[in-house]
Design a protein around this ligand. Structure first.
Ligand code: PRX
Length: 633
């Protein structure tokens, strides 16, 4: 039962959008400031929206140091690796020590305030220490997902221009070591920009070649700086805390740049009101630190609130499909954050595994990153007897835009909908062409009126014009942010997400740009032309299928080896995460007479749907051969 005197969702939401400055100034009281801000919001230069300018704060202080007084011995980070069998508990005091050792090591390698540090690491505690160490000293981290390979990594190195790269000898997947250092070395051979140093955390999984004096072993610095005292550097609230690359319509990934103060304020609010997390409780997010969910809900939000966070290296089904539940039982986790694909994977295993462990500590399961289909949502809710809370957001926003917030139980979760707008988001569904608000029940582009609330992207790293152009110029007369998602709203205000408006696809909750994959495949010498589309997949939500026209010289070789070679090329350059599930060989691609690729028509055929209006199609044969090409894979 809700406390009848507690503010209701409608009231809190209205205040957040009608009096944003008063609302966010109140939320900012949950964060420690070294110096108060000059203004809550500087509204002088839309679409930019600097929150709390003039305020001095530090993310690491708020996530770690300030908890030392009351919770020094409480667990801050629990590391569970089913890959290596290692499980370690770090109290807040130990985390504080480790972060200072890492911070001193980075400083010893020349890192100063404003410098970028690229983190290319598996799910090990040192990755979290490195993130916190960066923000402690005012350096800007850029974590690159370990599943990306040399070309993806090189593009990010080139754009972020890191002074130091922190990496490891290897990650591990399914019990097999996945070497990181050779991929990093290959990326550095391709990139113009060279870091001053590469700091390697040697897990002893594989040997690695050391290039002197660039490469440094963390073990050596760790001993040297074991007792280091590294004070927090107080930075302006608008100082960037990190860059996280994400895919868009073009082949070049965008560096989503996050601030410091607004992010701390928004994440603290989200953990309290949306997730219902309390100090001393345990949060388990199964994501990866390479994605935004890992940044916000493995590292920062739980620690900002004084919770214990679980860092898990492993898959959902090893040693068996009960591993999540075993971890929850063992560490008395209160809240679980995962992705629909992980749940669909578990659904394929023995249901008895769901009941082998005591889940009495667990209050709710949050799922995000991709559409949650109703059968999966109700299967989880019914099998576990726990509420399942879908929530919708993006790398750009950093925290949920739509959800059913735990602090307001009168907003009940509804199957098929991620819920209602979260505080600060003036969500509006707009007509694709003129930007007019669409009626209830109609499909529209999900957009947010300026200003975006605190914690959302400040800009695209190094490219304000791209920020303005990409996100804010869909409707020239309106100051609105486009999510590039279609949505629909029902009469009670609940939203449904209906897919992307652009060429971004979502494979197992991983956001991938089809253009990025196309550029990679086109670079293969045997390829003349390629189109990549996202095709519905029962397990992963979507799968990438590539339609490839081979160069005349390559056509003579056998199809299977061409397909294997292209798949291996994507694996080695972009990474396994981007490898198409199918590579279909065709002799032409369907285009309009003006040369525009008809990707939607290809996608429709792949999904067994009607391809729609084909009046502009130049070569009907190109489309007709697609079913056969699919059948041959
Ligand atoms: O298309 C939407 C989909 O994932 C995109 C954002 O992906 P990413 O930047 O990786 O951030 C994930 C943060 C959780 C969105 O534009 N998406 C995310 N959550 C949902 C979703 N689609 C449907 N339902 C969701 N709950």
């Amino acid at each position: 039962m809700s406390d009848s005197t507690a503010p209701r969702y409608a009231e809190v939401y209205r205040r957040s959008v009608e009096s944003p400055e008063a609302f966010w100034a109140e939320q900012a009281q949950w964060i420690d400031w070294r110096q108060p801000w000059r203004q809550v919001l500087d509204a002088s230069r839309p679409p930019f929206a600097p929150w709390f300018p003039g305020g001095l704060t530090n993310l690491c202080h708020n996530a770690v140091d300030r908890h030392l007084e009351h919770r020094a011995e409480q667990a801050a980070l629990i590391y569970v690796s089913t890959e290596t069998g290692i499980e370690t508990r770090f109290s807040y005091a130990q985390l504080h020590r480790e972060v200072q050792i890492m911070a001193a090591s980075l400083q010893a390698l020349g890192v100063e305030q404003g410098d970028r540090v690229l983190i290319y690491m598996p799910m090990i505690p040192e990755a979290v220490f490195a993130m916190l160490a960066c923000v402690r000293i005012g350096a800007v981290h850029s974590v690159v997902f370990g599943g990306f390979a040399s070309v993806s990594l090189a593009a990010r190195i080139e754009d972020a221009q890191p002074k130091v790269i922190v990496s490891a000898d290897a990650g591990s997947r399914g019990g097999k070591a996945v070497p990181y250092k050779p991929l990093l070395d290959a990326a550095l051979q391709q990139a113009q920009h060279q870091p001053q140093h590469v700091l390697i955390v040697d897990r002893g999984l594989v040997g690695w070649s050391r290039q002197q004096p660039r490469d440094v072993s963390y073990a050596e610095l760790r001993v040297r700086h074991a007792q280091a005292q590294v004070p927090c550097v107080w930075v302006d609230a608008t100082h960037p805390s990190y860059i996280l690359y994400t895919s868009g319509t073009t082949g070049k990934p965008k560096g989503v740049q996050r601030d410091t103060g607004g992010y701390a304020v928004a994440l603290h609010m989200s953990m309290r009101l949306i997730f219902g997390g309390k100090p001393g409780e345990t949060f388990f997010s199964t994501s990866d630190i390479g994605w935004v969910v890992g940044h916000s809900y493995i590292v920062y939000a739980p620690l900002l609130v004084g919770m214990t966070t679980i860092l898990y290296e492993g898959t959902p089904i090893r040693p068996d499909a009960a591993v999540f539940w075993r971890i929850i039982e063992q560490y008395r986790a209160n809240l679980l954050f995962s992705a629909p694909t992980a749940m669909r994977v578990l659904k394929r295993h023995d249901p008895a595994l769901l009941h082998r462990h005591d889940l009495s500590s667990l209050r709710a399961i949050f799922l995000a990153g991709e559409p949650l289909d109703e059968p999966t949502g109700s299967w989880v809710a019914q099998s576990l007897g726990k509420p399942v809370i879908d929530n919708y957001w993006q790398t750009e926003t950093g925290w949920p835009m739509l959800a059913t917030p735990q602090a307001f139980p009168e907003v009940a979760a509804r199957p098929g909908s991620p819920g209602v707008p979260m505080p600060g988001y003036k969500v509006c569904l707009r007509n694709e062409t003129d930007g007019a608000a669409v009626a209830v029940g109609e499909k529209g582009v999900l957009a947010v009126d300026w200003p975006l609330p605190p914690g959302c992207l400040q800009t695209v790293w190094g490219d304000d014009a791209r920020f303005q152009h990409t996100y804010w110029s869909t409707y020239p007369n309106l100051q609105v942010y486009s999510t590039f998602d279609w949505g629909r709203q029902d009469a009670d205000g609940y939203y449904t997400i209906l897919g992307r408006t652009d060429d971004v696809i979502n494979v197992a909750g991983h956001r991938l740009g089809t253009r990025e994959i196309e550029e990679c495949i086109s670079a293969h010498p045997a390829v003349a032309e390629v189109a990549v589309v996202g095709v519905q997949d029962a397990l992963k939500g979507q799968a990438a299928w590539a339609f490839v026209v081979l160069r005349p010289a390559a056509e003579a070789l056998d199809a299977a080896s061409q397909q294997d070679a292209i798949a291996a090329h994507v694996n080695a350059t972009l990474g396994a995460v981007a490898r198409p599930q199918r590579i279909c060989l065709v002799t032409a691609l369907p285009k309009t007479r003006s040369g525009k690729m008809l990707r939607r028509a290809i996608q429709a055929i792949c999904e067994g749907r009607d391809p729609g209006d084909l009046s502009t199609l130049e070569d009907p044969l190109a489309l007709q051969q697609i079913p056969d090409a699919i059948a041959r894979t």
